[in-house]
Ligand binder design. Structure first.
Ligand code: COA
Ligand code: AMP
Length: 650
């Protein structure tokens, strides 16, 4: 291990290649004072079929429209133009799948040909501009081809993460009403093979909407049954299809819908526009990730999450980077050295993962022995997001690799980083626990309950002043009002992030906790309300609360607190096991719901609001900050005893 890195001053390059700025202050001032010139300048790097009338103009609601009047195609910019510019034989996709023993690469030309054929196959199925296509596939080149093929023909994709169960899938099918599904025959989770067809079939029996059909990418580990009228084979369909060209779409046309958890059980369909998103990602590839064209970029995430959309697929390909698609886990597939091996093998320059993955490696290989001997000289920096990076994890990985580590903050809604360390422009000092500074176009403030800015280092609700920069979601699918209600109504003129934290005297932002009932499990965002709905549906349950409690590995894990109805026959063990199964069946294994506590009462305010925060504080060993409106203070004694006992036992 080397010493902890401290880095001040300029990068070797010392200039943002996209905008020519040499330091963060001038970059952010330019984006703030002249957004049209700043973002218009970045947009010039992309290929537009029709130039925009206005860089930023009025939207339907308070969120602006970026590049209105312009026409562009995301697949063309990510793939075809690189082939046309002579880079067709360069590597676009690097697939590393330790769970199947596969290692494969696709060039930009191969990627273009595959998307052109799949686009043609979808057209044959009647998919046209604006139709939705649901994608249910694991991390694989086929998933990337599926997303880009949709973009190619102007269809709007909606990728659903494999760890969600049929009911969650059905909710997304009913909301997005896809015409077609593109699926894999199975996913592979460590040693487990998970057939996808039964989950899709069950989802379609639950959903009111019925897609016209499903094209299955058949994997050798498990095959889907294609005898039914609506199931088709990927290879056969592609072979029979006519390749299609890229169809220009309006800059404001939705590129995709990505569902994320909100404060209710109904997931929110985050809508991403095409032009603004591509422009924002284009800036980040060099300004933030410092990854020039031709270099290798790796986001060890999943195409089912926003990080996968932005940084496995669109960002790197747009910038002509080779992108690594990893199907496996940071540990156990086969061991905790897999990240370092892949980085060395492919000379990865910029690496992005979730802090929980680093914690998992640290648990198994605390001295980082498995990194020794791997040539990581190409690696310039590590980027962490998805949850707060605790300072000890930051320090461990910094010392192990001797490279800059950037904790950056973003959300499914924003599509790219709100705050980060702009290494491609000017590396700023690292302050452990902070997500650095606002990225260009983001004006971040911390407000108190009344909407007044709080002083430096004081905690408040973190908000972004409107208008939001390009790339941020302009609306929710089918739910414009919910968008306004969830993000814009709380503080006039601001976007409510749902996170709380503080800004220090140097303008560095610290994101500490959610202010709503969203919990973050292993970098995955989950709704406690959705889990409560499942528990409450069990006939034995009178009432319940789910809170995210601290977990050494996953950051948080959900814990259920359940009050039973009188006269329940089952034993405590049977009942707890049943409730765990209920959540797994209804929401999916990704919820990692494994902890149930039976209690006699839930703490509430006099108006009946459950005091989840107090339960969490007690479970995490913190002093509960009890509101004056609590109905019965003595209810908390049971919780204090419960966790005192647990601590004594451990
Ligand atoms: N399809 C089906 N099931 C899935 C799945 C998928 N795509 N992804 C996860 N699951 C299942 C797992 O098999 C597991 O099921 P189990 O209860 O039967 O064991 C459950 O969902 C929880 O999975 P996971 O959160 O991955 O936990 P884990 O214990 O298997 O692994 C970590 C722990 C820390 C290694 C893992 O969470 C990890 O790699 N985290 C990084 C997260 C990340 O990259 N986030 C993206 C944001 S940048
Ligand atoms: P998601 O929409 O799934 O990407 O989750 C977004 C949420 O994850 C944010 O609102 C934060 O609560 C949390 N989050 C993401 N990145 C960070 C970070 N770097 N630091 C703290 N919290 C983060």
């Amino acid at each position: 291990m080397t010493d902890r890195v401290t880095y001040h001053g300029k990068s070797a390059k010392g200039e943002d290649m996209t905008t020519g700025h040499h330091n963060y202050a001038s970059l952010s001032r330019h984006a703030f004072e002249q957004p049209e010139r700043f973002w218009g300048g970045v947009a010039e790097r992309l290929n537009w079929t029709r130039k925009w009338d206005q860089v930023v103009g009025e939207g339907q609601g308070p969120i602006p429209r970026w590049f209105g009047g312009g026409q562009i195609n995301a697949c063309y910019n990510c793939v075809d133009r690189h082939v046309e510019q002579g880079f067709g034989e360069d590597t676009a996709l690097i697939y590393e799948s330790p769970v199947t023993g596969t290692s494969r690469q696709l060039s930009f030309r191969e990627l273009r040909d595959a998307t052109a054929r799949l686009g043609g196959a979808m057209r044959q199925q009647g998919v046209t501009l604006g139709d939705r296509v649901l994608i249910y596939m694991p991390n694989s080149p086929e998933a990337v081809i599926a997303m880009l093929a949709c973009a190619r023909i102007g269809a709007i994709h909606s990728v659903v993460f494999g760890g969600f169960a049929a009911r969650e899938l059905a909710a997304r099918i009913d909301d997005a009403t896809p015409k077609l599904i593109l699926a894999a025959s199975c996913g592979i989770e460590g040693a487990k093979i998970l057939p996808y067809q039964p989950i899709l079939d069950e989802a379609c029996t639950i959903s009111a909407h019925q897609p016209d059909g499903t094209i299955y990418w058949q994997r050798e580990q498990h095959q889907a049954d294609l005898t039914g009228a609506r199931a088709m084979d990927w290879v056969t369909e592609l072979a029979a299809a006519e390749p299609v060209a890229c169809e220009p779409v309006d800059a404001t046309h939705p590129l995709y819908i990505l569902y994320t958890s909100g404060t209710t059980g109904q997931p929110k369909g985050i809508v991403r526009d095409t032009g603004g998103y591509l422009v924002a990602l284009s800036w980040t590839m060099e300004g933030l990730y410092n990854c020039p064209p031709g270099e290798t970029y790796w986001a060890a995430s999943d195409v089912g999450w926003v990080v996968g959309h932005s940084y496995i697929v669109y960002g790197p390909l747009l910038n002509r980077n080779a992108t690594v698609i990893f199907e496996g886990k940071p540990v156990g597939t086969p061991d905790a050295g897999i990240f370092w091996q892949i980085m060395a093998k492919h000379k990865v320059r910029s690496f992005f993962t979730a802090p929980t993955a680093i914690r998992a490696i640290k648990q198994v290989d605390p001295d980082g022995d498995l990194a020794a001997g791997e040539d990581l000289s190409a690696l310039q920096a590590v980027y962490l997001a998805g949850e707060r990076t605790d300072p000890s994890t930051l320090e461990w990985i910094e010392i192990l690799l001797g490279k800059p580590v950037v904790d950056h903050w973003w959300q499914t809604e924003t599509g790219w980083a709100i705050c980060g360390n702009p290494l491609g422009v000017e590396p700023l000092p690292v302050k452990p626990g902070s997500t650095s500074v606002p990225m260009p176009g983001w004006q971040i403030e911390c407000l108190d309950e009344q909407g007044n800015p709080v002083a430096a280092n004081e905690t408040g609700a973190i908000v972004a002043r409107l208008p939001l920069p390009p790339g941020a979601a302009p609306t929710l699918w089918n739910a414009e009002e919910r968008y306004v209600e969830a993000y814009l109504e709380r503080y006039a003129g601001y976007y409510l992030s749902g996170d709380a934290g503080f800004i220090d005297e140097d303008g560095f932002v610290y994101v500490m906790t959610r202010t709503d009932d969203v919990i973050n499990v292993a970098g995955h965002r989950l709704s406690s309300s959705a889990m409560e709905e499942v528990l409450a549906a069990n006939p034995a349950v009178a009432e319940c609360a789910v809170v995210g409690v601290h977990d050494e590995l996953k950051g948080q894990i959900p814990a259920g607190f359940v009050v039973l109805k009188a006269g329940v026959g089952a034993t405590v063990e049977e009942l707890c096991a049943e409730l765990v199964q209920d959540v797994r069946r209804e929401i999916g294994p990704v919820a990692a719901f494994k902890r149930v506590h039976l209690v006699s009462k839930l703490p509430k305010t006099r108006s009946g609001k459950i005091l989840r925060r107090n339960i969490r504080q007690i479970a995490d060993g913190e002093e509960p900050k009890v509101p004056a409106t609590i109905e019965d203070l003595s209810v908390l004694d049971e919780y204090l005893q419960l966790f005192e006992k647990r601590e004594e036992k451990s």
